[in-house]
Design a protein around this ligand. Sequence first.
Ligand code: AHN
Ligand code: ZN
Length: 325
Amino acid sequence: MKLNKTLLAFTFLLLAFYSCSDSKKSTDGDKPTTETKRPFTVKFNADSAYQYIQEQVDFGPRVPGTDAHAKTAIYLQNKLVQFCDTAFMQLGSATSYKVKYVEIKNVIGSINTDKTKRILLCAHWDTRPQADQDLENPTTPADGANDGASGVGVLIEVARQLQAQRPDAGVDIIFFDAEDMGDSRGEATTWCLGSQYWAKTPHKQNYVARFGILLDMVGPKDAVFAIEGNSWQYAQPYIKKVWQTAAKLGHSKYFVNQHGGQITDDHVFVNKIRGIPTLDIIHYDVSNGSGFGEFWHRHSDNMESIDKNTLKAVGETVFKVVVDL
Ligand code: AHN
Ligand code: ZN
């Protein structure tokens, strides 16, 4: 009798083991499974994102070639090492319209490296060498709290939350360097040197993702994310997905149903060179000056131009889009 019981228990365990490993079999790679999606809680701590913005700003303007820039690159790599499965710095070089040699440091973190279903999240991290829209002092750089640090801060916090609730999809986070050294009266290719470098030389040969989301100037109070023209042209279904997700979360005040103009930004090169449909979430308020806001390329682009409510709207939306994938 005792033996029978042991045998029974053993058989049960064996069965349990096999039924377990069987259900696992269906989840390898990206094959669709009959399993229902595990529930995720939309979480994003705006205080934490704000702190990541502050920490970048505290290094000083992240102008390529400066000490602040070099130190921030290490800081960003460390953050992605902490919150992603793998992280590294892609080193390259480019020529700007002013300088022959610009060292490029693109910081890249990946989550679920072996998944073929992937999403690309990106933002530029460099600061424009001069706040040339500033009437008083157009020759020195601004803090770049919004222009640069905001998108990066949001994505670091998204990475931290994804580490806590692991997404099913693969995620690649890229902080592009040298976006903001462009000629305001010149060619589009004078901008976005880091993303152009990466698009031509991706960190993995033949790298692909379902789609990409670029964040740029995602921190202003009462931000308006008009639908950007290139994003509409290249990534229309994903614009709809992101804007609908924002609406469901109650963030339509920011993600307005209104079309803005075409903006030259990192996503243009990811679209054109790499062929990954990528959209830009960028503050662009048609009813206001340049559209980019009063702080744009001015010294008022400091921590005071950052509003935590905006960071939260963007962070929650991006987090939800990733876990829904
Ligand atoms: C142009 O002004 C051509 N593009 C704006 C892209 C940008 C600059 N984003 C942040 N700074
Ligand atoms: Zn800029």
